[in-house]
Design a protein around this ligand. Structure first.
Ligand SMILES: [Zn+2]
Ligand SMILES: [Zn+2]
Length: 296
């Protein structure tokens, strides 16, 4: 059905290019390996609207290897490497319904988790790898049976990030209190980023006191996300980041359509409106903050 494939009203079509930002920013968290088109096309499209840098995030061993290789090939790409919080329990217990591209997996036990972590540790030492993550806790997709493996993996990632002096990228879904507690128990790395920040204003103040970066995704534009806008309003400017988490979380009014780094300007404008500050001033801060957070 080729005739409708590029129709603007097509619910699955890529959203149009937003008006370019005048001051360049970085997409602090994206998954280019899950988006359509080539890396070169995605980067060119993003750069055309002022998104000149992206942080490519690994979620499993293969994806982390790919992130490191892609960052080595492109100046505009920095990599982070990790086993996603939903990946660690799957390595230990197996999961026939896994969302991973590798699909079903035989249970490998604790030894398999150790082996995977050893590869993440090796990758974390590479110069193009600027962070360890996304790691953390996800109580939405992982049930009680996976909690132990998830927590062990999170603690191991914190240790790896600190030993290599890299940023830590946190995935926190329905697990705010436990994520904050474990960070405190282990001692957070100097640079810690809450990706797809999902707390409220009160938690933003806790993060601010700890010096954690808060990275906001397209869901900050969603009607039901007042808690996120409240957090954007109170977070210190120097701790704010922006991300797509593409292909997920496409900002309004394109919710449900494929997301990609070139849509960052929409989220930047939404954040600027919430804080009632100039778009250029916010973009400058976001660009600076992302470079600080990831040390590039
Ligand atoms: Zn995540
Ligand atoms: Zn992600």
């Amino acid at each position: 059905m080729p005739s409708n494939a590029t129709d603007a009203s097509d619910k699955h079509a890529a959203p149009p290019l937003p008006e370019p930002l005048r001051v360049p920013v970085a997409d602090s968290h994206t998954h280019l390996d899950m988006q359509s088109g080539t890396v070169e096309e995605g980067l060119a499209k993003a750069a055309s609207v002022g998104v000149t840098t992206v942080v490519q995030v690994g979620c499993d061993v293969r994806g982390s290897q790919w992130a490191a290789e892609t960052a080595a090939r492109h100046d505009a790409v920095h990599a982070t490497v990790a086993l996603h919080p939903n990946e660690a329990p799957r390595i230990v217990h197996g999961d026939p319904d896994g969302w991973s591209r590798q699909g079903a997996r035989e249970p490998g036990g604790a030894a398999a988790l150790d082996e995977a972590l050893a590869e993440i540790d090796r990758l974390a030492a590479l110069p193009h790898v600027k962070g360890v993550g996304e790691t953390g806790l996800d109580y939405f997709r992982t049930g009680p049976e996976g909690k132990e493996a998830q927590e062990a993996s999170f603690r191991a990632h914190i240790e790896i990030a600190k030993r290599h002096g890299k940023a830590l990228v946190i995935h926190d879904r329905d697990a705010h209190a436990d994520v904050l507690r474990i960070l405190k128990e282990e001692g957070a790395p100097e640079r810690t980023v809450f990706h797809c920040y999902s707390g409220d204003a009160e938690m933003a103040q806790v993060c601010a006191r700890a010096g954690y970066y808060m990275s906001f995704a397209g869901n900050v534009t969603f009607k039901n996300a007042q808690n996120l806008r409240d957090a954007v309003a109170v977070a210190p400017l120097e701790l704010l980041l922006v991300e797509t988490d593409a292909p997920f979380l496409t900002p309004a009014p394109y919710r449900g359509r494929p997301n990609a780094p070139y849509l960052i300007p929409i989220t930047v404008r939404a954040m600027a409106a919430v804080r009632d500050i100039d778009e250029d001033a916010l973009a400058a801060a976001l660009g600076r903050n992302t470079a600080h957070a990831f040390g590039y």
